[in-house]
Write a protein that binds this ligand. Structure first.
Ligand SMILES: *Cc1c(COP(=O)(O)O)cnc(C)c1O
Length: 232
């Protein structure tokens, strides 16, 4: 038997509690149900239980599942290769993983073909872990400026980061505060067509803490669907 219904309810309650505990409204936090490795039946069940946003980290999986999944907002949260942008451009509401001008430029080109303004977040490697994608924090403002100046069909709406996998709250807080501070700094520059309204941070392991530090989007997979099985 699947536990998706009770897990969804528990995660929603945790989000509401975390928001309330720091004086925020639960409506300020969007839950993105991360569906990588899960099939369309599980995804549709989550949608029936109230999931309105789903996140995938691979373009291939979006393509395989898209037609079988009920109408919902799709988020691309994983590393995106330029040559795959064309497959995702008509499907992704928000791309969380822009980390270079070249990628943004390709998104702009494909978005124009679809007469679309593609909403994106910049992925920032706040922790500095070598294994992580994302741009260095000190390059973020320049990337915003350049995208703002040169690209018409890409709209930056905030920042995203992936925290290290650890239970050490000090390390996690440093990362979440780092992303929040960076977004405030960029916001204060009033760059045309760049908004810093969204902060995508927090996963199963740490979303309550992320909410305390200003997350507006949390990306929860395991906490809703259970452990992932990568064997097939
Ligand atoms: C898999 C994934 C998540 C969700 O991870 P869980 O620990 O299962 O909640 C969130 N963000 C990204 C970018 C992911 O790839």
């Amino acid at each position: 038997m699947s536990h998706i219904r009770e897990n969804m309810a528990a995660v929603c309650k945790n989000i509401a509690d975390a928001a309330a505990s720091c004086g925020r409204s639960p409506q300020e936090v969007t839950l993105i149900a991360v569906t990588k490795t899960y099939g369309v039946d599980a995804i549709n069940e989550a949608i029936d239980c109230g999931a309105e946003n789903i996140g995938e980290n691979r373009v291939q999986e979006v393509m395989e599942k898209f037609d079988g999944v009920k109408p919902v907002c799709w988020h691309l949260i994983g590393h995106l290769q330029k040559n795959k942008v064309k497959y995702i451009i008509d499907k992704a509401e928000l791309i969380h993983s822009v980390d270079s001008f070249d990628l943004a430029k390709e998104i702009d080109k494909q978005a124009k073909k679809h007469d679309k303004i593609q909403r994106v977040l910049l992925e920032v490697n706040v922790s500095g872990e070598e294994s992580k994608f994302g741009i260095a924090p000190d390059l973020c403002e320049d990337l915003c400026l350049r995208i703002s100046k040169e690209l018409t069909n890409v709209k930056i709406e905030g920042l995203m980061t992936i925290a290290p996998f650890t239970d050490d709250e000090t390390i996690l807080e440093e990362v979440f505060k780092g992303l929040k501070n960076l977004s405030e700094e960029i916001s204060s520059k009033n760059i045309p067509n760049v908004s810093m309204k969204d902060l995508s941070m927090g996963m199963t392991n740490d979303y309550q803490l992320a909410i305390k530090h200003g997350a507006t989007m949390v990306r929860v997979g395991t906490g809703i669907f259970g452990k992932r099985d990568y064997t097939n």
